[in-house]
Design a protein around this ligand. Structure first.
Ligand SMILES: Nc1ncnc2c1ncn2[C@@H]1O[C@H](COP(=O)(O)OP(=O)(O)OP(=O)(O)O)[C@@H](O)[C@H]1O
Length: 324
C-alpha cells in the first residue's frame, strides 16, 4: 500500500505526579504534549532530546504499548488504539521494538532459540518446530550470530551479541517498522558502531523503516534520514537530518549540536570519534577510510585530521554534510 507507514496525530500522554490529596486528584504532567509526525516507508526518523523529554513515552505510544490520553497513532492508516485486542496482536508482527537494555530485555531463563522464536509463535502459530528453527537460524545469520547461539542463554553473550539477539527477535516476523529506543547506549563505545552498522545494513537489505530514539546526536545523525527534536514533551524542530544538523534553527537544537565534540578546535576529538564510532584501527593508523569520497574533508583529513571519518557511508561525522 502507498501512503505513510506511521502517523502520529496530536498525541498526548500525561502521567500523575505526586499523590494528590483525599479530595484532590494528583496533578498530571504531559510527558508527550501534542506531538505530530509522519514516517514514510523506508525513511527513518530519529528522535532526539535530553533525558525526560518524552522520547520513550512516544516510542511506547507508537508501538501501542500505551494508550494516548488524546490523539491517534496510525499504522498503515489504521488507528492502532481503535483495534480489538486480537487485531492489535495480529498487527504487531509488522512493528517491533528494540530496547536499550540487552540485559534486561532478554529472559535469562530462555535459550536464544526460544527468545528469538517467541514473536513467531504469536504471528505464525501454525509453524512446525523445524520450520521455526530454520527461521531462527536464518535471522541469527542475518544479525551475525553463529548457529551455535541457538542453545545458549543470554548470560553467555557479550552486550553487543545480546543486542544482536534482541534485533533478531525484533526482525523474525519481518516487520516493516522497527522502533529502536536507545539501542546502543548501554553498550561499550567500541561495539556501538558495530551494532549501528548492523542496523543500517539490515535497513538496506530488508527495506526497514526505523523510528530511532537516542539522546546522542552523533548516533542519530548517522542512522536517521529525518530528525525530530523533543523538549519537555513537545517537538521543537524537525527536518532532514543533514540540514538540521548543519543549520539548527531552534536554540535548543543548536545547544544540542554545540554539545557535540568540536572537531575543528580539538583535533584529538577526531581520534576519539573514530574510536567511538567503531574503528580503533583507523584511529591508531591515522587513516581515513572515507577520504577519497569526501571532497570537503579530503585535504583536512590528510593534513591535520587523519581520522575525521564516520561510520555511516553517506555522511561525514564532523561537517554533517553528505559525502560527494
Ligand atoms: N510510567 C510513568 N509514570 C510517571 N511518569 C512517567 C512515566 N514514564 C515517564 N514519565 C515521565 O514522563 C517524562 C518523560 O519521560 P520519558 O522516559 O518519556 O523521557 P525520555 O526522553 O525517554 O527520557 P530518558 O532518556 O531518560 O528515558 C519524564 O518526566 C518522566 O519522569
Amino acid at each position: 500500500m502507498t501512503g505513510p507507514l506511521l502517523v502520529a496525530e496530536a498525541l498526548v500522554r500525561r502521567y500523575p505526579v505526586g499523590r494528590g490529596g483525599l479530595f484532590t486528584p494528583a496533578a498530571r504532567v504531559a510527558a508527550v504534549d501534542g506531538v505530530n509526525f509522519t514516517v514514510e516507508p523506508g525513511v527513518s526518523l530519529g528522535i532526539v532530546g535530553e533525558s525526560g523529554s518524552g522520547k520513550s513515552t512516544l516510542a511506547r505510544l507508537a508501538m501501542a504499548l500505551e494508550r494516548p490520553d488524546a490523539g491517534r497513532i496510525l499504522f498503515r492508516g489504521e488507528d492502532l488504539n481503535a483495534l480489538s485486542a486480537a487485531d492489535l496482536r495480529r498487527r504487531r508482527r509488522h512493528f517491533q521494538m528494540v530496547f536499550q537494555d540487552p540485559y534486561g530485555s532478554l529472559d535469562p531463563r530462555l535459550t536464544v532459540e526460544r527468545i528469538v522464536a517467541e514473536p513467531l509463535t504469536v504471528a505464525e502459530p501454525g509453524l512446525d518446530r523445524r520450520a521455526r528453527r530454520e527461521r531462527v537460524l536464518a535471522i541469527l545469520e542475518a544479525v551475525g550470530l553463529p548457529a551455535a547461539a541457538l542453545h545458549r542463554y543470554p548470560h553467555e553473550f557479550s552486550g553487543g551479541q545480546r543486542q544482536r539477539v534482541a534485533i533478531a527477535r525484533a526482525l523474525i516476523t519481518e516487520p516493516a517498522l522497527v522502533v529502536a529506543d536507545e539501542p546502543v547506549s548501554a553498550l561499550d563505545v567500541s561495539v556501538q558502531a558495530q551494532v549501528l552498522n548492523l542496523l543500517m545494513d539490515l535497513k538496506e537489505r530488508r527495506g526497514l523503516t526505523y523510528l530511532f530514539i537516542s539522546h546522542d546526536l552523533a548516533v542519530v545523525e548517522h542512522v536517521a534520514d529525518r530528525v525530530m527534536v523533543m523538549l519537555r514533551g513537545r517537538v521543537v524542530e524537525s527536518g532532514p537530518a543533514a540540514a538540521l544538523f548543519a543549520r539548527p534553527a531552534h536554540p535548543y537544537t543548536r545547544a544540542l549540536v554545540d554539545a557535540l565534540p568540536d572537531f575543528d578546535a580539538d583535533p584529538g576529538a577526531h581520534a576519539d570519534a573514530a574510536f567511538r564510532l567503531g574503528d580503533p584501527g583507523a584511529a591508531e593508523a591515522g587513516a581515513c577510510p572515507l577520504a577519497d569520497r569526501c571532497p570537503r574533508a579530503q585535504a583536512r583529513c590528510r593534513a591535520e585530521m587523519p581520522v575525521l571519518w564516520a561510520l555511516a557511508d553517506d555522511r561525514h561525522v564532523a561537517c554533517f554534510e553528505p559525502l560527494g
